[in-house]
Design a protein around this ligand. Structure first.
Ligand SMILES: [Zn+2]
Length: 365
């Protein structure tokens, strides 16, 4: 708009009705320096527009958007721009003000200034093309995201969370963050020297059953449990740390029940998150009723919905989210299986609705 009086008439008039273009065709061109300014302004506009699209795409990827969510975002953005273009430029600036008439006084009597449909064909073509363009852009961003964001994403996130955690104990914090973000799933085995890295402590649930769990995980779980007790919800630890031998025993036991599908319910020995001591299975006590069977636990979805709301505040996540089973190595969603990852990562994952595999950018292994 500001550039219009500075640019060549042939450029400005391009989208206006034909009689106006005809009437203004002999309008003198502005001096070269003015035209240069107009070109620069136009270039800045294009860069800003493309930058805006790239920002939307990169930001979407960072939030874990998939193809269709990115697509929706682009469609929305382009159509908002288009609506602005039609309403403000075509209908208001051209039809309802004398802006262009003042630049090209020789067109003052043209009938085209009254023809509100003058740009319909142009705009329609764009409206039809935009969804296709958005498909291509969403596809390009998903491809780009797959190639670039994964490895660099991990480094960035880890650095950010450690600096935020406090710089005075930086070296210590770096190690701890790495430990609490260790991925163990059906495709990622627990590290061999794992037990040297963590401190397991023994604890007891209110039924007097003993279990082993990583120290910081226990501290945060107890805080979580206390807060839920205030809301009248009693969660108890069913099991936490499991040795590889124990897991072997469970695997064998479940194999009898589930046959080939055992891998959907139990992790292969060495590949269970429970080997880390950072994963816990809980059960519920409702009055004097103990809700502990898998079927009963699945049925208690209202209670779990309330419990899940508080997880991130204490550094816990759900290891598998519904619909993300495949990303999590084929494990099934279990509302009772929580994993300690640390406060900042847990909050970020909860906000984005992503699992640890996605947070670390390792969902494709
Ligand atoms: Zn579990």
């Amino acid at each position: 708009m500001i550039a219009s009086p500075l640019a060549k008439p042939s450029l400005v008039l391009g989208f206006l009705p034909e009689d106006i273009r005809e009437a203004a065709k002999d309008h003198p061109e502005p001096p070269m320096w003015k035209q240069m300014i107009a070109h620069c302004m136009f270039a800045v506009f294009i860069v800003a527009f493309v930058g805006g699209i790239v920002y939307l795409g990169v930001d979407g990827l960072r939030r874990g958007y998939g193809f269709w969510k990115l697509y929706g975002r682009f469609v929305l953005a382009l159509f908002i721009c288009k609506a602005f273009d039609i309403l403000v430029q075509d209908q208001w600036l051209v039809m309802s003000t004398d802006f262009f008439k003042r630049i090209y006084p020789e067109t003052a009597d043209c009938a085209g200034w009254k023809d509100r449909g003058f740009n319909n064909r142009n705009q329609l073509i764009r409206i039809v093309l935009y969804p296709v363009l958005c498909l291509i852009m969403a596809w390009a961003f998903v491809m780009f995201g797959n190639i670039t964001t994964e490895p660099s994403g991990v480094v960035e996130e880890a650095t950010v969370s450690t600096t935020e955690a406090g710089s005075s104990e930086s070296e210590q914090t770096v190690d701890r963050t790495d430990i609490y973000l260790t991925l163990v799933n059906p495709t990622h085995k627990v590290p061999d020297d794992w037990l040297d890295k963590i401190e397991l402590v023994e604890a007891e649930n209110s039924l007097g059953e003993k279990y082993l769990v990583e120290k910081e995980t226990l501290a945060h779980f107890e805080d979580l449990r206390d807060e839920l007790l205030e809301e009248g919800i009693d969660i108890e630890i069913d099991s936490a740390y499991r040795s590889v031998e124990e897991q072997q025993r469970i695997w064998d036991e479940f194999s009898v029940r589930y046959g080939d599908k055992v891998g959907e319910y139990v992790s292969e020995p060495g590949y269970s998150e429970h080997h880390t001591g950072l994963a816990i299975d809980v059960f519920l006590i409702d009055g004097d009723r103990i809700i502990r069977d898998n079927d009963d636990l699945f049925a208690a979805e209202d209670l779990f919905a309330e419990v899940h709301k508080h997880l991130a505040d204490y550094g816990f996540i759900l290891s598998v989210l519904p619909g993300k089973e495949e990303i999590c190595g084929g494990l099934a969603y279990e509302p009772w299986h929580f994993r300690y990852v640390g406060l900042e990562p847990a909050k970020e994952m909860a906000e984005k609705g992503i699992v640890l595999e996605e947070y670390l950018g390792e969902e494709k292994s």
